[in-house]
Design a protein around this ligand. Structure first.
Ligand code: ATP
Ligand code: MG
Length: 568
């Protein structure tokens, strides 16, 4: 059995901060939230944010909300709202309350009027380009808008007219009046509201002005009494603005804490880029098993427990880094090793005929049942009976006509164990006109049933097999990385489409042992010696299962770690 990597640290800077806030009495009960924008499906990066916010709340006896950050109707959809809820539940988390930022639009608007009245916000007639052009740079201050000194009364009237739909899209914006020379560009009079005559999936046509992220997020957190607003590092430079809005309004101010985004080799964890892959039909939809969306990972057979264990192991850090995909696969294997039953399947079949196999009185080959363990890691999983006969499928690469010395599988004159079956010795081969081996001939040792010879003789190799007369045909989908480069988002000038792996999916017809004939969507199994596989929900039919290869058996990540640490 594999050893789990060093477990996640019991404390990190997020938890240390929370603990200190509880101890000092600043916070009585921890309240966190996960705030996705319903404009796409959740991916592995979100799993990290979800795991963090929900586990922190659990660990400290607090609460965690799910909040749809639905302030921009342009790309949002009810379909995503439902998918997000289902995906969070699939990961194993349950929110204490579910909210929508759109439900706070009235309150947020009332607060905007308050800032206007206080002389802390103004209506600007400049368009987006002009605002961008006058923002200045890190080394030069911005230029104040000619509309910056409108009176509060004038601003209030204009803001109300904006809300009432008197202006067209982009004609006016509401800006916070902070400091056009501020060292942090986010504080150079940021836009709070823009005009968008758009239908919103929740508020319908009630609004034609919509708040910007910075002008809605902290306010939503404040309304919900969030104590620790955990977000990714790119928001670090927005925190002064988050604080400024709460302070200027004189409302409760949550503590924003930033942590590093999750990046995993060969994967893209950006909704925008994933959308490009889906819309460009480079993959077969949001749940394509090659995608790092939670739907894709689920369809591939990644157990949610493994994703959460991975996210916990990765932990939280203050700097962005990229994790090896082998680490994620380690957790997937670790879980499946304990929970997935073993079965035999041959994916590249070659016939093996046992020439001394007995026939019954009618001249038909005898069929015997042999007993195979369902999971050596879990005695409670029991055993099953597998039919064995004189004509079997074996894996083509388990036979070599002219093998090197250290090839411990089948070859002329060599003996191997057929898993849970018998010892067989290769006696010859049949070939087609092109010289390709079409059939391997062998003799078996009747005194080796179950896989052990009566005389104690040992063999070095054990191979898997499926009885030809009993085999179930199945489509098996084999996956490789979706990209040929470990960092597809940054390599090649960011043209990740040029880095798509043309061989990321290969479909084969396999021969499965008969107990898999009725496999149902959702079943995890280990095909002995081949890897972990998952029965597809959507494409499987009774008697015709479709399997995805979740992950192979070879654990290169763990081996490399042991080498580094000098362990065996
Ligand atoms: P994208 O920018 O790719 O569209 P997003 O970050 O804007 O994605 P949201 O739905 O707004 O997606 O994110 C919800 C929460 O998930 C945010 O708090 C965000 O910081 C977090 N999150 C998103 N991607 C990652 C990631 N790769 N690692 C960790 N957290 C993430
Ligand atoms: Mg976002």
């Amino acid at each position: 059995m594999t050893n789990a990597p060093e477990s996640a640290p019991a404390s990190d800077f997020v938890r240390d901060r929370i603990r200190a806030d509880l101890q000092s009495g600043k916070v009585q009960q921890v309240v966190t939230r996960f705030p996705p924008e319903p404009n796409g499906y959740l991916h592995l990066g979100h799993a990290k944010a979800i795991t963090l916010s929900f586990s922190v709340a659990q660990e400290f006896g607090g609460r965690c909300n799910l909040r749809m950050d639905d302030t921009n109707p342009a790309a949002e959809d009810q379909e995503y709202v439902e998918a997000i809820q289902a995906d969070v539940r699939w990961l194993g988390f349950q929110w204490d309350a579910m909210y929508y930022a759109a439900d706070y639009f009235d309150q947020i608007y009332a607060w905007a009027e308050r800032l206007v009245e206080k002389g802390l916000a103004y209506v600007d007639d400049q368009n987006a380009d002009q605002i961008a052009a006058t923002r200045g740079t890190v080394t030069t201050p911005g230029t104040p808008s000619p509309y910056r000194n409108r009176t509060p009364a004038e601003n209030l009237e204009l803001l109300r007219a904006m809300k009432a739909g008197k202006f067209g899209d982009g004609q006016k914006v509401l800006r916070a009046k902070i400091d056009m020379a501020h060292a942090n560009l986010n504080l150079r009079d940021p836009v709070m509201y823009r005009i968008r005559h758009l239908h919103h999936q929740r508020t319908g046509d009630t609004w034609c002005i919509y708040p910007m992220y910075d002008w809605a997020h902290g306010q939503s957190d404040s309304i919900e009494g969030i104590t620790h607003s955990l977000c990714t590092l790119e928001f670090e430079h927005h925190r002064p603005l988050y604080d400024w809005f709460c302070d200027s309004l004189g409302i409760y101010k949550p503590q924003q804490i930033e942590f590093a985004r999750l990046n995993v080799e060969y994967m893209l964890t950006s909704k925008r880029k994933l959308l490009q892959l889906v819309e460009g039909k480079h993959v077969q939809g949001w749940d394509d098993p090659r995608l790092p969306t939670l739907r894709g990972l689920r369809r591939r057979g990644y157990p949610p427990q493994a994703l959460v264990a991975f996210c916990k192991h990765v932990g939280v850090a203050k700097f962005n880094s990229t994790h090896e995909i082998g680490l994620l696969e380690f957790y997937v294997r670790d879980h499946l090793n304990k929970h997935a039953q073993r079965r035999m399947a041959v994916l590249d079949p070659l016939e093996l005929v046992i020439e001394n196999w007995p026939s019954d009185a009618a001249g038909k080959p005898v069929v015997e049942l042999v007993e195979a363990q369902n999971n050596p890691e879990d005695p409670a999983a029991g055993a099953r009976q597998v039919p064995f006969s004189g004509s079997l499928w074996i894996e083509r690469d388990d036979f070599l006509e002219a093998p090197p010395k250290d090839f411990y599988r089948l070859a002329p004159g060599r003996e191997v164990r057929l898993r849970a079956g018998y010892f067989v010795t290769c006696t010859g081969v049949d070939k087609d006109a092109a010289g390709k081996v079409t059939r391997v001939r062998a003799s078996y040792d009747p005194l080796s049933k179950g896989g052990n010879a009566a005389d104690g003789r040992k063999v070095k190799g054990t191979i898997h097999w499926v009885s030809k007369a009993h085999a179930v045909d199945a489509e098996v989908r084999l996956y490789e990385h979706l990209f040929t480069h470990p960092d597809p988002a940054s390599a090649d000038g960011g043209d990740f489409l040029a880095l798509l792996n043309p061989n990321s999916q290969r479909i084969v017809r396999g021969k499965l042992e008969p107990s898999l004939g009725n496999a149902e969507g959702g079943l995890h199994v280990q095909f002995e010696r081949l890897g972990y596989f998952y029965c597809d929900h959507r494409d499987s039919r009774p008697g015709q299962p479709v399997f995805h290869r979740t992950v192979g058996l070879k654990d290169s990540w763990h081996k490399a770690q042991q080498k580094v640490s000098g362990k065996k």
